[in-house]
Design a protein around this ligand. Structure first.
Ligand code: HEC
Ligand code: HEC
Ligand code: HEC
Ligand code: HEC
Ligand code: HEC
Ligand code: HEC
Length: 289
């Protein structure tokens, strides 16, 4: 028997979802073409043909009437490799050797993973940042979509001012069935905006990395070797291309995503090109050592 307050909540939820339906047309990238509709993520009374609609089959109603116990479990219901149309972000990833954002070692920040550990039990200090937070997918991605690359939030750290746009050219856009083509590094040319976006949370990173200027151009640098960068044969780390989308070329410059993953990895807080276990492979793409 559902309690009266649960029923009231369900009715309210149905009303809210009903009222907001016209928003569907405004949703961002991953709703494109109506591929993800409200009922992919919400359920107003968690029942269809007498069965729970939640992905975990729980009969309960959750906050925001989500089809999972919380927002992160909801995202992982499709993004854990179980849905072949959705990009997989949970290790080990099956469909490409190295998805652009790297991967989350666990669903909840447990284990020995590196990078962005999700849903830790108490707020974590942002390393090289002044804030504290419990990280979830929604800290960085707008759950209802927006116009930014990968629906990234305009101000993830809560900074004021205009939205921070991350500009990336994609040779192939998502069509709802091609994650292996779309989320591989070869598909992407980063044009600008990465550093400012990360720095909205990691506001002390530029000062901390001062010995390694975070937007330096490789060509013409006396510290790095452009010849070494031209000769890279393995998977190339991403760089920003403000002038032309060609890599390698003289406008290539380093940015946070050159050395770190957007999500994380099982082994290192630094990128491991091609899954290498040798921590020098990254540095040797630009430095003679
Ligand atoms: C990809 C999953 C997803 C889809 C699709 C989705 N939502 Fe949500 N919605 C969420 C999550 C997660 C929350 C919890 C708040 C948050 O984390 O942003 C939420 C919160 C809400 C809320 C509570 C108010 C708020 O913004 O916090 C309303 C109302 C809502 N959604 C309506 C809708 C409607 C209407 C649609 C269809 C047009 C829709 N949602 C599609 C995931 C989704
Ligand atoms: C700390 C910020 C942050 C958090 C937390 C985060 N993401 Fe991301 N995500 C990013 C960034 C940045 C990119 C783009 C990376 C790139 O293109 O190099 C991205 C890319 C993606 C992509 C595209 C696939 C890929 O490999 O590029 C998907 C899907 C995605 N995120 C889903 C999720 C889900 C699901 C969660 C929670 C389980 C999550 N993200 C949590 C920052 C974040
Ligand atoms: C019902 C399954 C489903 C759920 C639940 C879901 N996604 Fe997705 N998501 C997809 C699919 C499928 C795609 C690929 C879209 C395409 O090909 O057009 C996608 C794509 C994405 C992308 C990449 C968008 C781009 O620009 O390429 C991000 C980021 C993302 N999802 C984040 C999330 C987050 C955060 C949540 C939880 C709030 C979530 N998703 C919940 C199925 C889902
Ligand atoms: C919404 C705020 C937020 C954004 C945006 C964000 N981060 Fe983080 N970052 C965090 C938090 C919080 C942690 C600590 C997670 C933990 O305690 O496990 C973290 C951890 C890290 C770590 C791991 C440090 C360590 O000691 O293991 C690195 C590296 C990192 N972030 C790089 C980046 C990069 C690169 C970007 C941009 C693509 C980015 N972050 C965007 C909040 C953010
Ligand atoms: C050229 C490579 C490179 C670039 C570019 C770079 N980093 Fe780092 N970053 C490193 C190295 C190396 C470390 C030290 C890792 C270690 O301790 O093993 C580090 C450490 C970090 C840490 C963790 C500090 C801690 O106390 O745990 C964070 C957070 C971080 N970087 C964020 C960023 C952000 C944000 C940007 C862009 C503004 C950025 N990094 C650009 C190489 C880089
Ligand atoms: C994609 C290219 C690239 C990668 C990868 C890279 N660097 Fe660099 N590095 C540069 C550039 C460009 C400069 C020069 C900055 C300048 O000219 O001001 C630089 C400068 C440096 C300097 C000299 C700073 C100074 O002013 O004395 C050190 C030390 C350094 N890098 C270490 C590393 C380490 C360690 C790694 C691996 C974690 C690494 N780099 C990865 C491009 C790269």
């Amino acid at each position: 028997m559902r309690s009266p307050s649960t029923l009231a909540r369900a009715a309210l939820g149905a009303a809210i979802l009903g009222l907001l339906v016209p928003r569907a047309g405004m949703a961002g990238d991953w709703h494109e073409g109506g591929r993800l509709v409200c009922s992919d993520c919400h359920t107003s009374h968690n029942s269809a043909d007498g069965l729970p609609m939640r992905y975990d089959r729980s009969p309960g109603l959750s906050e925001h009437l989500l089809r999972a116990g919380d927002a992160v479990s909801l995202c992982f219901a499709c993004h854990d490799g179980s849905n072949p149309r959705a990009p997989d972000v949970l290790a080990p990833v099956g469909y490409v050797a190295e998805p652009a954002a790297g991967l989350f070692p666990s669903r909840d920040g447990s284990g020995t993973g590196k990078g962005h550990r999700l849903l830790r039990s108490s707020p974590q200090q942002v390393p090289l940042g002044s804030g504290q937070m419990i990280l979830s997918c929604a800290s960085c991605h707008d759950t209802h979509g927006n116009g930014n690359y990968r629906n990234l939030r305009g101000r993830p750290g809560g900074g004021t001012g205009a939205d921070l746009l991350v500009a990336v050219d994609q040779a192939k856009k998502a069509d709802g069935a091609n994650p292996a083509d779309v989320y591989a590094l070869e598909n992407l040319a980063y044009r600008g905006g990465v550093n400012a976006w990360c720095v909205d949370c990691h506001d002390r990173a530029p000062a901390d990395h001062a010995e390694h200027p975070i937007s330096a151009t490789i060509y013409g640098s006396t510290m790095a070797s452009y010849a070494t960068w031209l000769a890279v044969t393995g998977p190339r780390v991403p760089v920003e291309n403000p002038t032309d989308p060609v890599v390698p070329s003289t406008d290539d410059r380093i940015a946070c995503l050159t050395c770190h993953y957007g999500h994380g990895s099982t082994t290192s807080e630094l990128r491991t090109p091609g899954g290498t276990t040798d921590s020098q492979v990254l540095c040797r793409e630009c430095h003679v050592q």
